[in-house]
Design a protein around this ligand. Structure first.
Ligand code: BGC
Length: 334
């Protein structure tokens, strides 16, 4: 009897101790869509570094653009009893089952950069994605010929990514009135599946086949796909003659901007977002309520959100923004 009581006491103590340990040293489960674009590697590294400073641990999974795999990744993080989930969805509308499992296990979910739709998630931390699209289109529109209808190609991102729709919405805000006024003609447009550069290259090839080489600008939604489009333009002897936009300030894109084959990118200070994410995740794991500045309806609820600001970058301000911020070193850009 005594032994049994002692055992029960030890067990109770043990579980109390582990609950305490988990609060003091929270474990963050980070589920990424992909690590292929340079930016996500940087996001991951910054989140891990900031979490470490805060005494937290991060377990990382990357789904390689596969919804089934991402569901499995999240379920395995739940099984490993992470205290909070930080998720960059491949497809914001395809994580219903995983989100249900998280809710059942009472694990809070923070959507990182991309929104998770139709699930009662806890927070959404991102950049102002509509502004990204506006910056891209405004940059191109300001530099188009004014003496005739300008001819542009539009390459959108992955149709499965809610952000891709927001980038297009921002571009539409600027371009639609100009298209309606006959000042701009869209000669070709398409969505680059999974944001793959090779898909953007195919779209650009198709655009030249369909509309010929008289193209003034290609409004592309990120740097990876801009790289693909520029490859196609290079094959046609058009690189450097056509305005190409992008986003992310990837190293290769910044080099292209200096060489003149890409006109602009949108710099998103990832350090701010990733640091914020680690802090919010640790707070949430400890049962605190981090303060937010906005809400966004994801179909299930108004999700408390934070939107970080973005900066339009071209050759003229690359040094004063991306380099000055320590995002890339000046030597890397030579
Ligand atoms: C992100 C971009 C990124 C793209 C492809 C978007 O959701 O906001 O920064 O380039 O996904 O990964």
């Amino acid at each position: 009897m005594k032994i049994r009581l002692l055992l029960a006491a030890i067990l109770t103590l043990g579980s109390a101790a582990s609950a305490l340990a988990s609060k003091e040293r929270p474990v963050i489960g980070l589920s990424l869509d992909t690590l292929k674009e340079e930016r996500w590697q940087r996001d991951r590294d910054t989140i891990i570094a900031e979490a470490k400073k805060l005494g937290a641990e991060v377990i990382v999974q990357s789904a390689n653009s596969d919804d089934t795999r991402q569901t499995r990744d999240i379920e395995s993080l739940i099984t490993r009893k992470v205290d909070v989930l930080l998720v960059v969805p491949h497809n914001g509308a395809a994580l219903g089952r995983a989100m249900k499992s998280a809710a059942e296990a009472k694990i809070p979910v923070i959507a990182y950069d991309r929104l998770i739709l139709n699930a009662p998630i806890d927070y959404y931390l991102t950049f102002d994605n509509v502004k990204v699209g506006e910056a891209q289109a405004a940059y191109a529109a300001a530099r188009l010929p004014k003496d005739r209808a300008a001819r542009i190609v539009r390459i959108y991102g992955a149709p499965t990514d809610n952000n891709a729709k927001l980038f297009k919405q921002g571009q539409d805000n600027i371009l639609s009135p100009l298209i309606a006024a006959g000042k701009i003609q869209v000669v070709h447009e398409d969505w680059a599946l999974d944001w793959k550069p090779e898909n953007a290259k195919k779209i650009m090839n198709a655009a030249v086949t369909k509309a010929g080489k008289a193209i003034d600008a290609v409004v592309v939604s990120n740097d990876g796909t801009a790289g693909g489009a520029i490859q196609a333009l290079t094959e046609d002897g058009l690189a450097g003659k056509v305005i190409v936009t992008g986003q992310d300030a990837d190293l290769a894109a910044c080099q292209r901007i200096l060489r003149g084959t890409q006109a602009m990118t949108v710099y998103k200070p990832l350090k701010n977002l990733a640091t914020l994410a680690a802090r919010v995740a640790v707070d949430v794991a400890k049962g605190k309520k981090p303060s937010t500045t906005a809400t966004l309806d994801n179909g299930a609820k108004k999700v408390p959100s934070i939107f970080e600001q973005v900066i339009s970058v071209d050759k003229a301000n690359l040094a004063a923004t991306v380099v000055a911020d320590g995002f890339h070193k000046a030597e890397q850009l030579k």
